[in-house]
Design a protein around this ligand. Structure first.
Ligand SMILES: Cc1ncc(COP(=O)(O)O)c(C=O)c1O
Ligand SMILES: [Zn+2]
Length: 403
């Protein structure tokens, strides 16, 4: 007898329609993403701060609120939460600096980004459900992570990416044995390619929010914050937002924690940080809209933020509203400058996406939106090592072309 799946059912995030989680499912008939639902009373009986002390230091420690397939794991999750004192002191709220500034360093995950979290759960579930080949469009890092987890699962992978994706992402996919298809276009064009070919080719579609389980892995960032702060959550979370899965996932985790009686109704204020050159969520937020428009001519050095039409727009915008959060943009030049600051002050070599949160925190502290006594977490979603071209250009111009 197969053991009972932790996931009780799948539920549409927009219309509430229910689906059977024990078979392959992608999106709702209304086109919107499906979310996994658990028996949280049962989960809360064994998932406690105390019980967590003796569990493996991967995200699979939160087993009760994850699909309980045999994990295809490379040691993802439980990344460092670094108290960034020097950087905090440099972020001014009037006369004072930020004393409780933390960086959650997701660059420490396998394949150097938080995308490993989503792929460990999605690939584990896909394998269990009998997938024969996995495919996804990617802005870069998700492709590398999918290729790695597919290799670990013994499954072939097809990665479709824009032709100008950072070279590290192309190389890692090839090294992991995936088939790489490069298109002249954006991730939205790559998504169309996967959608058009998947049935004929027999691909299991692992696109962002087009299967329900990547979000399950990503939500563990929320569980980890709670555990690493000793059973508390921070006041403000700044997150570089492309497809928005990290942000949606953490908010889902907070709802689950509340249902399990771990936290009350108060939430960290969620901040979506986007690039000036691709900011569909910020534009919708500023216009007080509940859905986002496709952002034309998207361009930014932060390849992970080059997502002009995020499928989870309704959820992202509603979560920003519900948590009394906000959304703002950062220019490429600001990101690359902040990345050097972060590296030299804290010893963390960040992806431009992660560096963007430093500038966003600085702007929000200067305007009084962030208060000096608040606990603030910046997500560095990826490692700077994966952005050789961008950092080489930025460092060259900083050194006046010296190297
Ligand atoms: C380094 C990095 N940060 C942030 C993002 C955006 O993530 P999300 O889709 O969860 O908004 C990506 C996505 O590719 C990424 O690679
Ligand atoms: Zn629906």
């Amino acid at each position: 007898m197969a053991k009972t799946l932790n996931v009780v059912e799948l539920e549409c995030s927009a219309c509430g329609k229910k689906y059977d989680g024990s078979i392959e499912q992608h999106v709702c008939s209304c086109g919107k993403p499906l979310l996994a639902r658990y028996d949280l009373r049962r989960a809360a009986a064994t998932l406690t701060l105390e019980s967590l002390k003796s569990r493996p230091r991967t995200l699979w420690r939160y087993a009760e609120v994850l699909p309980n397939d045999r994990p295809v794991s490379l040691g993802e999750g439980m990344t460092a939460l670094v108290h960034a004192e020097r950087l905090g002191a440099s972020i001014r709220c009037g006369q004072r600096g930020l004393r409780s500034l933390y960086i959650k360093d997701e660059g420490l995950n396998p394949t150097g980004s938080f995308k490993a979290r989503g792929m460990t759960t999605a690939v584990s579930r896909a394998k269990q459900l009998g997938a024969k080949a996995l495919a996804a469009p990617t802005a870069g890092n998700a492709g590398g992570a999918l290729a790695a987890y597919a290799a670990a699962a013994g499954l072939p992978a097809v990665i479709v990416m824009p032709a100008d994706t950072p070279s590290a992402n192309v190389m890692e996919c090839r090294a992991f044995g995936a088939k790489v298809i490069k298109l002249n276009g954006l991730i939205s064009d790559c998504g169309k390619y996967v959608a058009e070919h998947k049935d004929r080719e027999g691909w299991y579609d692992v696109s962002t929010l087009k299967e329900p389980y990547r979000i399950e892995g990503k939500k563990t960032m929320g569980y980890e914050l709670w555990e690493q702060f000793g059973g508390k959550l921070p006041d403000v979370i700044l997150y570089p937002t492309g497809g928005g899965v990290g942000l949606i996932g953490m908010c889902k985790a907070f709802d689950e924690m509340q249902e399990m009686g771990w936290i009350g109704a108060t939430r960290p204020r969620m901040v979506a940080v986007q690039a000036e050159g691709c900011a569909p969520i910020v534009r919708a937020w500023e216009a007080h809209q509940s859905s986002a428009q496709f952002f034309p001519n998207a361009a930014t050095v932060a390849s992970g933020l080059r997502v002009p039409g995020p499928l989870g727009d309704l959820m992202i915008l509603s979560m920003l509203r519900q948590t009394k959060g906000t959304a703002l943009t950062v220019t490429d030049e600001e990101m690359l400058h902040a990345g050097r600051e972060l590296a030299s002050l804290e010893g963390i070599f960040a992806a431009p996406e992660g560096a963007a949160t430093v500038i966003a925190a600085r702007k929000l502290a200067a305007s009084g939106w962030i208060k000096p006594e608040e606990t603030v977490v910046l997500f560095n979603t990826g490692s700077g090592y994966k952005y050789a071209e961008a950092w080489q250009r930025a460092l060259q111009s900083a050194d006046g072309g010296a190297q």
